[in-house]
Design a protein around this ligand. Structure first.
Ligand code: UD1
Length: 355
């Protein structure tokens, strides 16, 4: 039994960690192919080392480019790799260009493809991720859905027979890392570097193309963050720095304290002591919910609707950001819409059963 994981971007490395562990525990031959979509050490290498992921068996070094260039180069490079390895399952993760390329390359040569994190929808077709996830779901043979809502979306699109609800693998990682932080094994670098005490600061990440690539929108987000009445530590994805620079927008203004992106365990340590999280990241919205940190999401929709329905996440336009960040914390909830931390084991067992 051989599984080939195809990954390339930061959130996929987080999802890969528990799968690699579960595959090893089940004695499954697990091969890792890295497309090279993310190549900065802070977006890639640190995730492999910190989360104990084995080094990729194959690295394609594709790098950045337009959507067509990047996806096209990946397709071309992946085909012979999949053909040579001939795995029982090609496993693709999430909604990036690496996901779509992996699914398409594999299905066209009649290899079984499983999509992890299937069925998420924002219903916003302007997002490249929405196109990637819809096409990947429809191309795949097995759809591994994280939530009941995702299962419903798949059924609505006629894909129920190929779908299995397995829970959310990011929850597996989050619980393990939260435990490490609570044991004092991962200090909070933000508290150390800025001298903050717990709850004294908000944490922010903004990197989505819809927010960074329009200079008017980016400026209004930065202006709003600068007006928040407590320090806002912005963990800057390279895309944010590059787009702000191109548009002549100063990121070091008002309440903003600029910081490089953090490795995963340090991010969770910093999140756990923050008073609030502002983000446009899917993963961080969910992590904040699991840690019960009130969150403001600068997007018109979210795929993780449970975080909003249960009161911990609010979707805003830049004009509503300050008010949302200063709102009261919501009432406690004990719901577990993302599972209980054993999703990766279930994924591997479904793959073994259906190989
Ligand atoms: C990608 C995913 C997005 C995910 C995000 C996580 C797609 C369409 N989007 O967006 O869903 O949330 O990863 O971070 O696949 N860059 C670097 N160093 C790197 C990688 C990128 O500086 O290692 C810069 C380059 O200027 C590049 C830009 O970031 O052009 C965008 O990178 P890209 O891989 O196209 O998408 P992300 O914005 O990272």
């Amino acid at each position: 039994m051989k599984i080939m994981s195809i990954v390339g971007a930061r959130p996929q490395f987080v999802k890969l960690a528990p799968i690699a562990r579960a595959a090893a525990q089940a004695n499954v031959d697990h091969m890792i192919v890295h497309t090279g979509q993310h190549y900065d050490p802070l977006l890639s290498d640190v995730f492999f080392s910190d989360l104990g992921i084995p080094a990729p068996d194959v690295h394609l070094n594709i790098g950045s480019g337009s959507h067509a260039q990047q996806t096209g180069m990946m397709l071309q490079a992946l085909e012979p790799v999949i053909q040579d390895a001939h795995p029982d399952w090609v496993l693709v993760y999430g909604d990036t260009n690496s996901t779509l390329a992996g699914a398409l390359a594999a299905v066209k040569i009649h290899q079984n493809v499983a999509h992890l994190e299937a069925g998420l929808r924002s219903f916003n077709r302007a997002m490249p991720e929405e196109i990637n996830r819809v096409l990947t779901d429809h191309a795949s043979d097995l759809l591994l859905a994280p939530t009941r809502v995702a299962m419903r979306h798949l059924a609505d699109e006629g894909l129920a027979e190929r779908s299995v609800e397995v829970g959310d693998v990011m929850t597996d990682v989050l619980f393990a890392v939260q435990h490490r932080v609570q044991e004092g094994r991962t200090p909070n670098p933000i508290a150390d570097e800025f001298g903050f005490t717990p709850q004294q600061y908000a944490l922010a990440t903004i990197h989505r193309a819809e927010n960074t690539d329009d200079p008017v929108r980016l400026r209004s987000i930065v202006d709003a963050l600068a007006r928040v009445p407590l320090p806002v530590v912005v963990l800057a994805h390279p895309r944010l720095r590059a787009k702000a620079h191109d548009a002549g927008i100063d990121l070091n203004v008002g309440s903003i304290r600029l910081h490089d992106a953090l490795p995963y365990p340090q991010l969770i340590a910093a999140a756990m002591q923050s008073a609030h999280i502002v983000t446009d990241s899917g993963g961080l919205q969910k992590e904040a919910f699991l840690l019960r940190i009130p969150t403001t999401t600068v997007r018109p929709q979210t795929e993780w609707v449970e975080t909003v329905e249960l009161g911990w996440n609010r979707l805003v336009e830049p004009e509503g950001l300050v008010e949302s960040v200063t709102r009261q914390a919501p009432p406690a909830v004990s719901d577990t819409p993302y599972g209980t931390g054993d999703a990766a084991r279930r994924v591997v067992s479904v793959l073994i059963d259906r190989a």
